[in-house]
Design a protein around this ligand. Sequence first.
Ligand SMILES: [Cu+2]
Length: 168
Amino acid sequence: MRFLGFTLVSSAIVLGACGGGGEKTADTAATAAPADTAATSAATTPAATSGAMAPITGTTHEVKMVGDDKGYRFEPANITVKAGDGIKFTMVSGGPHNVAFDPATIPADVKPQLSANMPNQQGELSSPLFMNPNESYTMSFANVKPGQYPYHCTPHLAMGMKGTITVQ
Ligand SMILES: [Cu+2]
């Protein structure tokens, strides 16, 4: 009995240590929650005047997301699209990459439609992160007012991974 009791106490200590690790995991999940909430609220925003995603009706342009010994970049970084076009961003190398617009640079009358055209946002006007080659993110520029919209990759902003999308 004495041995059994000792064994139980030891197990409790081990379980306690495991519990500490478990709490860290829980913290990480909690930190990620606001992004999920943002995505959910964006998805459930009522389709009022411009809250609905406008489907691509024109050309879908391709932009590669690359990170190699020449640096981190979008290829091409600067691209011009016509009304109704879309862009498919494809992860090539050097991730994680994402597609993000700085909300401060997007005019108030453009933001609702641009946001509606960006699925699965992980923050305001930010796509999810892509880690694996051939993952892609397609967004529509239909009903987005003509203008020049700077964008960037959040993880590599400091390394100059950015460009400009011109909507004609
Ligand atoms: Cu990047």
